[in-house]
Design a protein around this ligand. Sequence first.
Ligand SMILES: Nc1ncnc2c1ncn2[C@@H]1O[C@H](COP(=O)(O)OP(=O)(O)OP(=O)(O)O)[C@@H](O)[C@H]1O
Length: 267
Amino acid sequence: MDKIVVKNLCFKYKENKEETLSDINLMFDNRSTAIIGQNGAGKTTFVKLLKGLLKQNSGEIIVCGKDTKDSTAAELAKYIGLVFQNPNDQIFKSKVIDEVMFGPLNIGMSSETARKNSVEALKILGLDNLIDENPYDLGLSERKLITIASIVAMDTDIIIFDEPTIAQDFAGKEKIKRLIKELRNKGKTVLTIIHDMDFVAEVFERTIVFNKGRVILDGNTKDVYSNEEILKKAYLELPHVTQLCRQLGYNETFLTVDDFVEFYKNN
Ligand SMILES: Nc1ncnc2c1ncn2[C@@H]1O[C@H](COP(=O)(O)OP(=O)(O)OP(=O)(O)O)[C@@H](O)[C@H]1O
């Protein structure tokens, strides 16, 4: 079933002359989905509309059966969680556990379930030893993971990450990769705005490309990455292994080194 249906969506910020989003038509099922596109393409605006933080000028957005135009952001928070790009926009409590439990409590979860979910989410991200710390005493990468845990703990059907890998080293990226796969296996719909094309290739089943407020590509990641010319025009650079294989004359699109090695061994 499609958890989000977007029809003929248009949006313009009052102070801007041009539309930021024009005629967007998309449906989201359980596939893990990356939303990519150059800076200013409209990705963050799009997810803010899904979450009900902005209201469209025209078109329709249905989230878990609810029309976002008739729903408050508080009502939609039960269905859709959004992790902001900058953790400092989200964190305000002085203890990690209180910060992570805030969202679950706010949507009406019992404190017992909120605590259980919060500890579980912190554990998945390897942060359960920081429960009593002040988030502001921690580094940017840990603060970012805490904001991710706090949304995961809300156990919403749809979870959106805005640039989750920023400020993460290899270990942090691996944690986020594992988390996204785990959420997907639990049947959650995970949408992620991201610039890291290698991460997209390794993790996401579906990729949507935004360009100047429109969707220019949408499909399984391998098919989308096969449209080299369109991606180039949108100033998006393919992963190095994909480029290398193309330059070596392979017609097939390889998303990861493992993909290529597997193919190479069998041919
Ligand atoms: N609050 C706002 N008021 C007016 N214009 C805005 C506002 N927020 C964003 N914009 C403009 O809308 C356009 C789309 O911005 P948006 O942040 O949605 O793009 P993005 O694809 O998420 O970019 P990035 O990858 O840099 O985060 C940009 O031209 C931006 O300047």
